[in-house]
Design a protein. Structure first.
Length: 301
């Protein structure tokens, strides 16, 4: 019996020795991997046996490393966006500003008169308006990015709000010889909205159409079901190329065909960001030469 007890105790001691040795080996490996992670290699992951005492600790450390890598990649992406923004800002402000100054200098020095003077003034005004629009969109973009846009969410009759917004665009549409049709229900349909954000969304979408689509017709339609409302803005313009369509809402993205030199790549991005903040969705449908539809959906209040 004594020998059996001694043998059993020996087995237990041997098992404990092996267990402690394996644990020390794992801790050493974990320490080495953590040193590599601290050196900047966020692709490393810790490993542990299924029955290891440090298994839960290893899982939690891996979760922290994964989150840190995601934050690092997001930071890199943001830095690239802001570098691109600064480059775009320099070009998009400097170019029209230089052109505007050039037209004003010609008007001031050369004594241009008659129809030519009127045409120069019209061009100068258009460039000044485009520059002002760009600066406004830039401020709004930065407010959204920094989280400084303050939302005043209220239950709104989206049909009435939409009619009021579109009324302000009628003169602009007529000036650009664009026929318009508004199909908006007479009854009240309620949605939780921030009125200024919703106004900016429609403004950016219609302005984008006027600037870039070369359309002669515009249709705005609101429909609704039991749980959601849908708003579509459809034109008969040149459309958006299939290769550009997936990226039209990306920040600073400029299509080759649907946008001109006065595009800054911010308007549609702002519309998407604000729509998401209102718990809505936005997407674009287009066919080259046959027009484009921007479709918004919001949950009913």
């Amino acid at each position: 019996m004594i020998w059996i007890s001694i043998a059993g105790l020996g087995v237990i001691i041997l098992y404990q020795f092996i267990y402690i040795s394996n644990t020390k080996r794992q801790m050493k490996e974990i320490s080495n991997i953590l040193d590599d992670i601290c050196s900047g290699n966020l692709d490393r992951r810790l490993l542990a046996d299924e029955n290891s005492i440090v298994r839960e600790l290893v899982y939690k450390i891996n979760e922290i490393v994964i989150r840190d890598k995601e934050k690092f990649l997001e930071k890199e992406k943001s830095e690239r966006v802001y570098k691109k923004l600064v480059t775009s800002l320099s070009h998009d402000i400097r170019t029209p500003l230089a052109s505007l100054i050039g037209y004003l200098e010609v008007l001031e020095k050369n004594g241009v008169t008659g129809g030519e003077r009127d045409e120069f003034l019209k061009i100068a005004k258009r460039k000044a308006v485009n520059l002002g629009d760009y600066i406004q969109e830039l401020f709004e973009f930065l407010k959204i990015e920094s989280g400084e846009w303050v939302y005043d969410l209220k239950k709104q009759n989206i049909c009435e709000v939409t009619r009021l917004i579109l009324a302000d665009w009628i003169i602009k549409l007529e000036e650009n010889k664009i026929e318009y049709k508004f199909e908006i229900p007479e009854e009240a349909v309620y949605v939780v909205l921030d009125k200024s954000a919703y106004t900016r969304i429609l403004t950016n979408l219609i302005a984008n159409m006027i600037r870039h689509s070369h359309a002669t017709q515009l249709t705005v339609r609101i429909s609704y079901s039991l749980n959601k409302i849908s708003l579509s803005i459809t034109d008969n313009g040149i459309g958006i190329d299939e290769k550009d369509l997936p990226f039209v809402f990306d920040r600073l993205y400029k299509c080759d065909t649907s946008r001109g030199d006065n595009s800054n790549g911010l308007g549609l991005s702002i519309a998407k960001e604000l729509t998401a903040s209102l718990h809505g969705e936005i997407h674009a449908e287009s066919c080259c030469g046959r027009g484009t539809t921007f479709r918004l959906t919001f949950p009913k209040a």
